[in-house]
Design a protein around this ligand. Structure first.
Ligand code: ZN
Length: 472
C-alpha cells in the first residue's frame, strides 16, 4: 500500500511536468546572449567565454526549442543542470568555420573571431555546450560552460538604444513569427533617405520571392536606422577606408567581392534594440558584393551604377539570404573564392542543396526526383564550362567587361533551358565551388547562376522548413 501510494505520487508528478510546455517550465520571455572568442588555425581550435548578457523578448519559437533541421557546421546545446535534460539546441555556421578552410589558417596563422549565440533566458542554471562537426559530419563537443542566469555575471545593461527601430511588416508577436532585422552600414546621416528606400526595396523583394511570398503572413520585418560616420564601406584592395558603424568590408578572406564584418559585438549590441531571428546588413556601396552565413547574417550592396544590372540587387538579397536563412550552399563552382577544400571529399555535406552523391539510391532530396530521371543527371556542362573558360581570359577592369559578361551569361542560361532535364530535380554535377564530385538539385537555381531564376524545389523546401520552424 505504501509502495503504490509513492508510485502514484511519482507518476502524478511526472504527468504534471510532461504537461507543462518546455518553454514555460525552463525559460523566461527574455534572451540570453552568450559571447565568446573563437581562436585557432586550420588544425587547432579554442573557445573562450567573453560575456553573457540579458537582452529583450525571446524572438525564437517557444514550441520548437530543439533543432530538428540538422544544418550548420556548429551546434549549441543547452542542458538544464538539475535534470541534465536538453532544453534547447540550434545549428549555426560561423566566420571562423569558413576561415579555417583558407590558406591563412592552413599556414598556422592564429586568428580570433568574436561570436555570439542567442538562447532563451533560462530560469535556472544551464550548461551551454558548443559542438562542431568532425570530418564525418558527426557533432563533437568543443566547449562547455555553466551559466547561472540569476548571477551577477550576467550583464543586464540596456543595450542597443542608439538608433531608431522601424516596423516594415508586422504580423504578430516575435515568438510566433519569423523576425527579419535589417541593418544598414555605410549610411551617413545624409544617406538615411536612401536607407529607407533600400529597406522598402528589401521588403518588396522578399515579399515577391517564393517561398517567402506564400508565407508572408508568418514574417515580421523590422529595420534599425543605423547611422555611420562615413558614406560607403571599406575596400582594402583599393586602399579605401570608411568609418562605419558595423565595420563591413569588401575583400573578406582577401576575396574580391566577399563582404563581411568581424565586429560581432557591435552588431549584436545594436541589434539588441529589436527582437530578431535573422539579420540582413544592407551596405551603402556601389560595387557588387555580399555574403551570407547560416544563422549569423547576410550582407549585400545596394547601388548598381549600370541600370542594365539593377536586377543584381534583387539577386543579391535573395541569394545571400538563402545562405544565412536556410543554410543553403553555393551551387556555383566557377567564381573566385578563397576556400581550400571547403567540402571534404567523400563526405556528404550538411547543406540541404549540395550532395556528394555517394549513394544515388539514398539521394537526400530523393522525394523530389522523378523515377526516370538519371542520377547523376546530364546537363549542358561542357558548353557552360567552355564559356567560363573564355570569361576567365577577360580583364574585369577593362571597359565593356560587364556588357560582354552579361551576353555570355544569357547564352549560358539559354543553353541550360534547352537541356532535357531543365525544370526537373536530379543531381547535376558542379556545385559547392567544385566542378566535379559535388552535385546540385537542378540545372539552375537562385543559388547557382547569377540571375533571377527561382530557388529550385529543394532550396524552396529548405527555406519553408525554416519558416515553419520559427513561425508557430
Ligand atoms: Zn553564395
Amino acid at each position: 500500500m505504501k509502495f503504490s501510494l509513492s508510485l502514484f505520487v511519482i507518476l502524478a508528478a511526472t504527468a504534471a511536468t510532461a504537461q507543462t510546455p518546455l518553454f514555460e517550465r525552463f525559460f523566461e520571455n527574455k534572451t540570453l546572449r552568450v559571447d565568446y572568442f573563437h581562436t585557432g588555425t586550420a588544425t587547432t581550435e579554442f573557445v573562450g567565454l567573453d560575456q553573457v548578457y540579458e537582452e529583450g523578448a525571446w524572438a525564437g519559437s517557444r514550441k520548437d526549442l530543439i533543432d530538428t533541421l540538422n544544418r550548420g557546421k556548429y551546434l549549441v546545446k543547452v542542458f538544464d543542470v538539475e535534470t541534465n535534460q536538453l532544453i534547447y539546441s540550434r545549428g549555426f555556421a560561423s566566420i571562423y568555420g569558413e576561415w579555417e578552410t583558407t590558406q591563412e589558417a592552413r599556414d598556422e596563422k592564429v586568428r580570433t573571431f568574436h561570436e555570439s549565440v542567442l538562447l532563451p533566458f533560462s530560469k535556472k542554471p544551464v550548461q551551454v555546450v558548443l559542438a562542431k562537426r568532425d570530418k564525418w559530419m558527426h557533432f563533437q563537443d568543443i566547449f562547455s560552460t555553466v551559466i547561472d542566469p540569476s548571477s551577477r555575471f550576467v550583464n543586464r545593461e540596456k543595450r542597443g538604444r542608439a538608433f531608431k527601430v522601424v516596423n516594415l511588416l508586422e504580423n504578430g508577436p516575435p515568438h510566433q513569427k519569423v523576425d527579419f532585422l535589417l541593418l544598414g552600414d555605410g549610411y551617413s546621416k545624409d544617406d538615411m533617405g536612401k536607407f529607407r528606400k533600400d529597406a522598402q526595396r528589401w521588403r518588396e523583394v522578399i515579399l515577391r520571392t517564393s517561398p517567402f511570398k506564400e508565407n508572408a503572413g508568418k514574417l515580421n520585418i523590422r529595420a534599425i536606422e543605423v547611422i555611420s560616420e562615413d558614406s560607403g564601406i571599406d575596400e582594402p584592395r583599393k586602399n579605401l577606408w570608411k568609418n562605419t558603424a558595423l565595420g563591413t568590408s569588401y575583400n573578406s578572406f582577401d576575396s574580391p567581392r566577399y563582404v563581411l564584418t568581424y565586429e560581432n559585438r557591435t552588431i549584436r549590441d545594436i541589434a539588441a534594440a529589436a527582437p530578431y531571428d535573422f539579420i540582413y546588413i544592407m551596405t551603402n556601396a556601389n560595387r557588387y558584393g555580399g555574403g551570407g552565413i547560416y544563422q549569423l547574417y547576410a550582407t549585400g550592396h545596394t547601388i548598381e551604377e549600370n541600370p542594365d544590372l539593377e536586377w543584381q540587387l534583387e539577386y543579391m538579397i535573395t541569394h545571400e539570404f538563402g545562405h544565412s536563412f536556410a543554410g543553403l550552399g553555393d551551387e556555383y563552382y566557377s567564381s573566385s573564392i578563397s576556400y581550400l577544400d571547403f567540402y571534404a571529399s567523400g563526405v556528404e555535406p550538411w547543406e540541404a542543396n549540395v550532395t556528394a552523391l555517394l549513394d544515388p539510391a539514398e539521394l537526400k532530396w530523393h522525394s523530389f526526383t522523378e523515377e526516370n530521371t538519371p542520377l547523376p543527371t546530364p546537363w549542358s556542362k561542357a558548353f557552360f564550362d567552355s564559356l567560363e573558360a573564355v570569361r576567365r581570359t577577360w580583364d574585369r577592369s577593362k571597359p565593356g567587361y560587364y556588357e560582354k559578361w552579361d551576353k555570355l551569361r544569357v547564352q549560358q542560361l539559354e543553353k541550360m533551358q534547352q537541356t532535357e532535364h531543365y525544370g526537373k530535380v536530379g543531381a547535376f554535377e558542379g556545385a559547392g565551388y567544385s566542378s566535379a564530385g559535388l552535385y546540385r538539385p537542378a540545372v539552375d537555381c537562385r543559388m547557382f547562376s547569377r540571375s533571377l531564376v527561382p530557388y529550385d524545389p529543394v532550396c524552396s523546401a529548405a527555406i519553408r522548413e525554416v519558416i515553419n520552424f520559427y513561425a508557430e
